[in-house]
Write a protein that binds this ligand. Structure first.
Ligand code: FES
Length: 256
């Protein structure tokens, strides 16, 4: 009983109770269910739309700030990552005059910017600081004893961010995705995920999904190279915009 003397009856229903005062809440109406589903579907469509834009966002612009743990984007000497598969070149500074350790039509992964700790750089799995250093095949000038003999492509594909590799050989077989390589080309930079192929030395996608993307999202970013007075290969401080070195994970304008 309330203070005013009013009697309050609480609904109750227990097992075996014969009380008929309990009124269960009404089930949701079809309109309410439909509205709820509609909101959920709208939410999924929104998330899908955002994800579809992911490859076109210049994430590299933001991610590049994370490299401040290293020396930062300054002019640096190039050292090959210390991987045993690189044999004599492993952990070595690259000298353009050394055609034995760094022969034409060869490739190595390098870290830029470097932390100056070779072990740390080699173990670093952040592909946004990894580049494929390629000494060009002889027919493309790879025997020149200057920086023009080399290119350094980003290891982040501009399609969906897998890591391409240089293929020094003539590709012959379709990969498991059914992709048929362009038989008239070889010595290309190839992405294993969906078959994008970048032409060497320009870095323009000539096949696969990246080649269907609009400029500048159809070319791989790359470093500008030079040498010091002793012939050691250097990375010039990059300009991370689409008109220069490109934006990592996004693309670069290429003169065609
Ligand atoms: S991520 Fe390289 S082709 Fe798709």
């Amino acid at each position: 009983m309330r203070p005013g003397g009013q009697v309050v009856v609480f609904p109750s229903k227990t097992a075996g109770s014969s009380s008929s005062s309990y009124v269960p809440p009404p089930p949701p109406t079809p309109q309410k269910i439909t509205a709820g589903r509609r909101r959920f579907v709208r939410f999924l469509v929104g998330v899908g739309a955002l994800l579809s834009l992911a490859p076109y966002v210049p994430w590299g612009t933001f991610l590049s700030k994370s490299v401040s743990a290293g020396k930062g984007y300054v002019r640096q000497q190039i050292t090959v990552d210390n991987l045993s598969e690189y044999h004599a070149a492993a952990g070595r500074k690259v000298n353009v005059n050394d055609l034995t350790t760094f022969p034409p039509n060869s490739h190595w992964v390098i870290t830029y910017p470097t932390s100056d700790d070779l072990a740390l750089d080699t173990q670093n799995k952040d592909t946004f600081v990894k580049f494929e250093l390629i000494r060009l095949p002889t027919e493309l000038g790879g025997d020149a004893k200057d920086a023009t003999a080399f290119v350094a492509f980003s290891k982040v594909c501009v399609h969906l961010w897998c890591s391409p590799n240089y293929n020094p050989d003539q590709p012959t077989n379709p990969n498991e995705n059914g992709y048929k390589p362009n038989q008239s080309k070889h010595e290309q930079y190839e992405c294993p995920c969906h078959g994008s192929i970048y032409k060497v030395p320009q870095g323009l996608a000539i096949d696969g999904p990246a080649s269907f993307q609009a400029p500048p999202t159809n070319a791989i970013p790359m470093l500008t190279l030079s040498t010091d007075s002793n012939g050691f290969l250097m990375v010039e401080k990059p300009l991370w915009d689409v008109n220069h070195n490109g934006v990592l994970g996004y693309g670069r304008y290429v003169q065609q």
